[in-house]
Every structure is written in structure tokens, then in C-alpha cells.
Design a protein around this ligand. Structure first.
Ligand code: UD1
Length: 417
């Protein structure tokens, strides 16, 4: 089931329910390690990255059980020690187990984490911040060894608002000795969700959702029930697919407030929106207008994870759009596939492309190279005339529970083969 086939040209119509958030679920699953008790995470998405995190938790001694409404993690049996190398290298988010295992066991040995090939993705900010909290790092047969005789609070200033580094400081800080003051923290909604989960477990964190967090270390945490919020990136993907196909749809549970920057851009493309507590109603234009410039930025800016989707939509835009990628330098691997479908895209430098919209895209055989680029090719396939086959879709299933089912609910002719 590695390919997705689409007969495009259908305007999406109807109602679709947005899954739980991948980027919230992964650090919260890691955080469940800290409690030594049972947590039930409702609305946890059934995606490959979550399955990989579950294997890692099991290899560390957690008992994990899927339930109808979510997942139960019992971390009472955690064995401190080495992490299975296989799952750790295939997923960047294994990195948040670094902070969680240090909080729980004060020591961990793990592989250098993998993940999507979208730039160099260094981990220096994680290592420096945790180092300030008393963690000493060394390399052991090519693996990362982290140990803290005394894990303590610190005043940390992140030079770049890294999502992962912010999460690691929080995960290590909630069970450290004393207070950690983190300035320059990332403000992504998934960090707020992690803080809310930890607060339910008894952690003391002030400033969630701002760039200054105060984490007051506690001696222990407790298990809890928590609902994973809806995935703003999946919602944004479907919103932009409606824009590209001229569709109108209701995205149930889509978090309107978290998608403000995306809707601002989509409004300039000619879209109309109505947001409520229940979700977002989207009405796309028959042909998108070209927005002069789209720039990715840390939250609350336009998310890098939706940049490829915006690129796919503007491939049919009425005019020229410049897209500037400011977070990850390798996010333009989707360009080759879009060009095969007739898109006119010129890469002006490593961080910028110029898209000159064409009236219609044409179906083609293309290949997903990473998660969000793969979803963008599927979106382009929905917009295109004729048949598109997207191979390499295991990347897409890392983050989308069932993209084919979701688009079929909106009337698309799409199957996985
Ligand atoms: C997370 C998200 C990813 C999203 C990204 C940016 C998860 C599982 N993944 O990734 O979907 O695209 O945030 O919103 O939540 N950096 C360094 N050194 C470091 C760490 C990061 O230089 O030690 C740089 C990165 O190269 C990048 C920038 O900081 O240019 C932001 O990266 P970061 O926010 O850390 O992204 P992730 O947490 O990996």
C-alpha cells in the first residue's frame, strides 16, 4: 500500500473530521514515561510515527494498550537503560525521549534521531540546554550517552525557538531539582498541549503558550486522562486542498485560532471561511489568486509544514507567487513532482521558489520524498486533470491516519494501492 492513485479534477465537497495531532501526541507519549503510572490519551492518532513511539516506549518497559477511544500507557515498569536503535533512528521525535528519560532515570543511551530528510536538523540546542541542567553527554560506540548526577533547574535562553528543544527542557525540567526559566521558547500549540498534559499530571509550569516558561521541578508526577487536540497541520492540508480544487467543505474539529496565519494567506488566494468551536467551513475559489509572497515562520507565523501544500495550490494560481522557506532548507524536494504535473516553478535560491501559476495541472507518476511534500503531491493530484499516482506514500502515513478515506469523504476519487 505504498502508492496513492487519484483521478483528479473534482471539487471537494462535504464534511470530514480532523484526527488527533501528531506533533502533540508524540511528546505527550514521551511525557507519560515521567509519571510511573497509567495515562489514557484519548484521540491519539493511529499513524506510523505514533506506532514507532509506542515500540520505543515498550522497549523501555512501558505496557501500552490501544483502546477504542485512544491509547493507555502504563509506565510503572520502565527499565532505565538503552533504547532500541531501530525505531529511534527512523523518527526524529525519539529525541523527546531524551528529556523524558533524563527526567525519569537521569540517564539514557540512544541513537542519533532520524526523521524526514528536510534539512540538516542539528540537535545542538537540545544538548546545550540540557547541559545547563547538569546533563553530561558523551559518545558511546556511535550512540549518544546522556547522564545527570544532579538534574537541576537553570536559566536557559534559546537562540532559536526550537520546538523540540523547548519540549526537551520542559520534559527534563518538570522532575528536576529547582526552577527552570526558559526564554526564547517556541510557542507552537503542541507545546501548550504538552504543558496542559503535564499540568494534569501535577507538574508546575507557568507561561504555556508564551516565549518564557517557568518550570518548577516536582518530586513526582501522576497518571491522568487527557484528550489529544486536533491536528492543525492535517486541518490545514485539507483546507488548502479545498482551495486548490475550488471545493467547499466543513472541517470538523479544525482548530480555527491555530490556523489564523494560514486562513489569512488563503483569504488572499480568494477563499472564504467561517470558524466556530465545532470547526472551519471553507469555500475555495474556482481558481486561486496568486499571493505575492508566502513566508514560513515559527508559530504564530505560516507553518513550514504547510508550505508544500501552499506551493501546490499556487501552482494553479492566477499570477506569480514567491515562497520563502525560513525554517528547514530542504523543504523544496516536492518541486520535481509538481513540475512533472505541469507546474512552472523556478528555484531562485536555497530558500526561495517563484511559482508562475498555470490554468491546470496534469496527472502524472510522482514520488513522495518526505511527509508533507507527499501530502502536497496528493493535493496536487486532486487538483490535476487525469490520473496521478503518488509512490512512496509510507512517508504520508507517518502523519495522516487515512488520507484516502478523508478525501473520499469529501467526494474525491482516490485509493491506496
Ligand atoms: C517540529 C515539528 C515539525 C515542524 C517543526 C517546526 C514535531 C514532531 N515536529 O520539528 O513538524 O516542522 O517543529 O515547526 O513536533 N535547530 C537547530 N538546532 C537544534 C534544533 C533545531 O539549529 O538543536 C533548527 C532547525 O534546524 C530548524 C529550526 O531550528 O531550522 C526549528 O527546528 P525545530 O523547531 O527544532 O523543529 P523540530 O522540533 O525538529
Amino acid at each position: 500500500m505504498d502508492s496513492i492513485c487519484i483521478r483528479g479534477g473534482v471539487a471537494l465537497q462535504g464534511n470530514v473530521c480532523i484526527q488527533g495531532s501528531k506533533n502533540a501526541a508524540l511528546p505527550i507519549l514521551a511525557a507519560s514515561l515521567l509519571t510511573g503510572e497509567c495515562s489514557v490519551l484519548k484521540n491519539c492518532p493511529r499513524i506510523l510515527d505514533v506506532y514507532a513511539m509506542v515500540s520505543l516506549l515498550q522497549s523501555l518497559g512501558c505496557a501500552v494498550c490501544w483502546q477504542e477511544s485512544g491509547i493507555m500507557v502504563d509506565s510503572s515498569g520502565v527499565k532505565c537503560g538503552e533504547m532500541s536503535s531501530e525505531a529511534a533512528t527512523c523518527m526524529r521525535s525519539s529525541l523527546c525521549l531524551l528529556g523524558a528519560m533524563l527526567g525519569r532515570c537521569r540517564e539514557v543511551v540512544m541513537e542519533h534521531p532520524g526523521g524526514c530528510v528536510i534539512g540538516e536538523r542539528p540537535i545542538d540546542l537540545h544538548l546545550t540546554a540540557l547541559g545547563q541542567m547538569g546533563v553530561v553527554f558523551s559518545e558511546e560506540r556511535g550512540r549518544l550517552h546522556a547522564i545527570a548526577d544532579r538534574l537541576h533547574g537553570a536559566e536557559i535562553d534559546l537562540p532559536t525557538p526550537s520546538v523540540g528543544a523547548t519540549e526537551n527542557v520542559i520534559l527534563a525540567g518538570v522532575l528536576a531539582e529547582g526552577d527552570t526559566i526558559l526564554s526564547g521558547a517556541a510557542r507552537e500549540p503542541e507545546i501548550t498541549a504538552l504543558c496542559r498534559y503535564l499540568q494534569c499530571c501535577g507538574a508546575c509550569i507557568e507561561g504555556a503558550g508564551t516565549d518564557r516558561l517557568v518550570i518548577r521541578g516536582q518530586s513526582r508526577l501522576y497518571g491522568t486522562d487527557f484528550t489529544i487536540p486536533a491536528d492543525r497541520i492535517v486541518a490545514g492540508t485539507y483546507l488548502l486542498a479545498c482551495m486548490g480544487t475550488g471545493g467547499s467543505a466543513f472541517l470538523e474539529r479544525a482548530p480555527g485560532e491555530e490556523l489564523t496565519a494560514v486562513m489569512e494567506v488563503a483569504e488572499r488566494m480568494g477563499g472564504h471561511f467561517c470558524t466556530s468551536e465545532q470547526g472551519i467551513y471553507v469555500q475555495g475559489p474556482s481558481r486561486p489568486r496568486a499571493v505575492e509572497r508566502i513566508r514560513t515562520a515559527p508559530y504564530p507565523g505560516f507553518p513550514t509544514d504547510l508550505q508544500s501544500m501552499a506551493l501546490a495550490v499556487e501552482a494553479r494560481g492566477n499570477g506569480v507567487t514567491e515562497i520563502e522557506e525560513n525554517i528547514f532548507e530542504n523543504r523544496f524536494r516536492v518541486v520535481e513532482g509538481l513540475r512533472r504535473m505541469g507546474a512552472c516553478i523556478e528555484q531562485t535560491d536555497s530558500r526561495r521558489v517563484r511559482v508562475t501559476g498555470v490554468p491546470f495541472l496534469t496527472g502524472a507518476e510522482v514520488c513522495a520524498k518526505e511527509l508533507r511534500g507527499g501530502a502536497a503531491l496528493v493535493t496536487a493530484g486532486l487538483m490535476a486533470q487525469g490520473e496521478t499516482s503518488v509512490s512512496g506514500c509510507s512517508f504520508v502515513y507517518r502523519g495522516y491516519e487515512n488520507i484516502c478515506r478523508d478525501f473520499r469523504e469529501l467526494g474525491a476519487r482516490i485509493t491506496s494501492v
